[in-house]
Design a protein around this ligand. Structure first.
Ligand code: HSE
Length: 309
């Protein structure tokens, strides 16, 4: 095999109750990436369409992740990465994670798959660290493993794939502003009051339990963020109103997607998810703010190979 083409999906991190540890994978939006073998060693960025991304391999998250992998394993050949970037950087649905995960996945395949999908997460984290200033795997784990994932530890890296209640549909609204993760992390406090922490881990535990038991009511009660969202909400136009419109239209829960500005909602069934999307969109229409809307099943597969040559 000399070349591989793949679909590297968008993802929603945090899911309100699991800052930096919980996430899920989307199916309806993602990047198309092609990784090809080259005679010269190392990693280069080839053709980029859809967005302006750095071409310097030391500044592009895809090549930085790829280089992290190549530090550990000898390769007689190198790799060129072409990216058709459909996920807007700074949109809050794992743009950098899709690039980093796609790069390490493609390189690993061309090397004959020495690493499992789970083992690839730690290489991709170097790309995430470049993009956000902190190595966290809550977008990478769902992109590589599919479905919902929990990162027990970002330090020793312990990522777990979780079950997925089959009727869940995600609605994502992206108000057309760019919010860099680096900036929305910079405003966070480094300590949290004990009573807030208690509520948060109660919700996270209950959320995980709800995934295992298909308990949509419990899932709904658990989607709450007392720790991060209060600080970040101010960065997103009409956040509270948009979230409330999703809940009023029947969503099980809603909150900031990753570090924003996208807002996600989870609903039972596509009909509700579409109603939720229309209600969220109406909030932005009122203030003439452009937006993109995505309605997606939970992508249980993660990165998908489109073609091998
Ligand atoms: N957990 C991360 C954050 C996700 O909220 O900053 C965005 O990369």
């Amino acid at each position: 095999m000399n070349q591989i083409e793949l679909f590297s999906p968008a993802s929603v991190a945090n899911v309100s109750c699991g800052f930096d540890v919980l996430g899920f994978c989307l199916g309806s939006i993602g990047d198309i990436m092609r990784v090809s073998k080259t005679k010269t060693t190392g990693v280069t960025i080839g053709k980029v369409t859809g967005q302006n991304l750095p071409m310097d391999p030391l500044k592009n998250v895809a090549s930085v992740a790829g280089l992290a992998l190549l530090k550990e394993i000898h390769s007689e050949f190198g790799f060129q990465i072409d990216i058709n970037k459909n996920i807007n950087p700074g949109s809050g649905i794992g743009s950098s994670a899709a690039s980093a995960a796609g790069a390490v996945f493609g390189i690993n395949e061309l090397l004959g798959s020495p690493y499992t999908r789970n083992e690839l997460i730690r290489f991709a984290m170097e790309g995430e660290a470049l993009a956000s200033g902190a190595a966290h795997a809550d977008n990478l784990a769902p992109v590589l493993l599919g479905g919902f994932t929990l990162v027990r530890s970002n330090h020793s890296l312990d990522a777990i794939k979780l079950p997925n209640p089959s009727e869940l549909i995600a609605t994502i609204i992206h108000p057309k502003i760019e919010l860099k993760t680096l900036h929305s992390r910079a405003i966070l406090k480094t300590t949290i009051p004990l009573n807030k922490a208690t509520e948060q881990w109660g919700n996270l535990g209950a959320f995980i339990s709800a995934l295992y038991t298909n308990d949509y009511e419990l899932l709904s009660r658990s989607i709450e963020d007392k720790v991060i969202e209060p600080y970040r909400a101010v960065l997103i136009p009409k956040f509270e109103e948009t979230r409330q419109s999703a809940l009023d239209s029947g969503a099980l829960g809603s909150g900031i997607s990753g570090s924003g500005p996208s807002i996600y909602a989870l609903s039972k069934g596509r009909e509700t998810a579409e109603k939720v999307g229309a209600a969220m969109g109406a909030v932005y229409k009122k203030i003439n703010l452009e937006y993109q809307l995505h309605i997606s099943e939970i992508n249980t597969e993660g990165i998908k190979v489109l073609r091998r040559e």
